[in-house]
Ligand binder design. Structure first.
Ligand code: HSE
Length: 443
């Protein structure tokens, strides 16, 4: 199995290191040795064109890998000695051209690029099917967690009802740091720390505003439900509105706040949404801290299963990339497993349920003037929208204001939106209402 690597960043080096470190273990498992036919890196040659790459493990062991080196990544996809192209450059424009040309040249492709698959996967898969090559993307979602394999293969006999995941390590790190450090941490400072850990995307708004999670959710939902990739239809909300106060009140009410990707089949189609949510502390997902990722899947035969692990980083991502290379080699001569786990002719679009039609309990927080009759006015608004209060906290007045936190029963989004508009219009209410949805992990 001769591979060509395009992109020599964290993941590229991780792949080289893993192949060097575990060459014998991989040979024992598969009967073959992975040969690195060529390495391409767009930028100036970081290796001095000496045709030898030195890689080192975390323990300090070093290996020297001899290969061809090129500063034009397109050489790799044209190289007749390359059987599998590893697209590890990220981005979507050049990556799409690269993958398209690799497929045209009848090379299998392994990619860690979630944006590429979420936005262009359908056309890439069609090209690959026509060319008789495989495209694999385990590393694109949740790094070292074999979530694609688990859903596509391990749960192949099931109907999936829903999946809920913490699929962005940067936002999870920010939220859990804010949770553990109490009120004194500023969002911007924690983001800087996450960037220093090397988890954040080149443009960290992709993490913070939920775009990265939406890319990953797009792919997971298509694998779960056999639908085309519908990135543009994912409702996407980030974590920049979450404050330490919300985290503290959530704690008081028995919840933690996590940034979730949710895909759920309903009578009206499929819900596809990425947003922060309160989740009961006793749920396993609420115990996923720091940069870790986890995905819970509800399926009709296996029941609930959960997958947990590192969602990024050189080692975990390389683990997924090299496993894909191994799968391609093991299934050489066949078409391999269908990209989305469903036969392509059976991929069927389902309507995406508008966010206004989604029902979930909600957390509301706002300030009111500390005077008689406030609760009566609030109750009137909520009852007019058929919303009942499950829990309520009122904190002592400061400077004439009191802070009110309400947890509602399950309510349709458009009703809660209408009631928020009315609450904000009450003269006793000061400023905006903060609303955070509550994750309901029912079947
Ligand atoms: N920026 C991503 C994260 C990296 O924070 O999870 C892995 O896709």
């Amino acid at each position: 199995m001769r591979i060509g690597i395009c992109g020599l960043g964290t993941v590229g080096f991780g792949v080289l290191t893993l192949i060097a470190k575990n060459a014998e273990e991989i040979r024992r498992k598969t009967g073959f040795v992975i040969e690195i036919a060529q390495v391409g890196n767009r930028n100036a040659d970081p290796l001095g064109l000496n045709r030898q790459i030195e890689v080192a493990s975390a323990k300090g062991d070093t290996w020297h890998i001899s290969t061809q080196f090129t500063s034009d990544i397109f050489d790799v996809v044209r190289n007749p000695d390359v059987d599998v192209v590893l697209e590890l450059i990220g981005g979507t424009d050049v990556a799409l051209k690269l993958v398209t040309e690799a497929i045209r040249n009848r090379k299998h492709v392994v990619t860690a690029n979630k944006a590429l698959i979420a936005m262009h996967g359908d056309e890439i898969f069609a090209q690959a099917a026509a060319a008789g090559v495989q495209v694999r993307f385990e590393a694109a979602i949740a790094g070292g967690i074999p979530i694609v394999k688990s859903i596509r293969e391990g749960l192949a006999a099931n109907r999936i009802a829903w999946l809920v995941g913490i699929i962005n390590g940067t936002t999870n790190y920010i939220l859990t740091e804010m949770e553990q450090a109490g009120t004194n941490l500023r969002f911007e400072d924690v983001l800087k720390e996450a960037q220093q850990l090397g988890y954040a995307e080149a443009d960290p708004t992709f993490d913070v505003e939920g775009i990265d999670a939406a890319h990953k959710l797009t792919i997971l939902s298509s694998i779960a439900f056999g639908t085309p990739l519908q990135f543009a239809a994912v409702y996407t909300e980030g974590i920049s509105g979450i404050t330490s106060e919300d985290i503290r009140y959530a704690d008081e009410l028995g919840y933690r706040i996590r940034h979730l990707g949710i895909a759920r089949k309903s009578e009206n189609g499929v819900e596809l949404r990425v947003h922060p949510a309160l989740i009961r502390k006793e749920e396993m997902l609420a115990q996923v801290n720091g940069v870790m990722n986890a995905v819970m899947v509800a399926s009709d035969s296996a029941g609930r299963t959960m997958y947990y692990g590192a969602g990024a980083g050189a080692g975990p991502t390389a683990s997924a990339v090299v496993a894909d290379v191994i799968d391609i080699a093991r299934s050489e001569g066949s078409t391999g497993i269908a990209n989305l786990g469903f036969t392509p002719k059976d991929i069927q679009a389902l309507p995406v349920v508008a966010i206004e039609e989604i029902a979930c309990p909600c957390y509301l927080r706002f300030s009111v003037l500390d005077q008689p009759g406030v609760m009566a006015q609030l109750s009137t608004v909520l009852s007019q929208h058929d919303i009942s209060i499950e829990a309520l906290i009122q904190k002592d007045a400061h400077g004439g204001n009191a802070e009110i936190v309400i947890v509602t029963n399950e309510v349709i989004e458009k009703s809660i939106n209408a009631s928020i508009v009315e609450i904000e219009a009450l003269s006793v209410v000061q400023g905006d209402v903060t609303r955070i949805r509550i994750a309901d992990l029912h079947e």
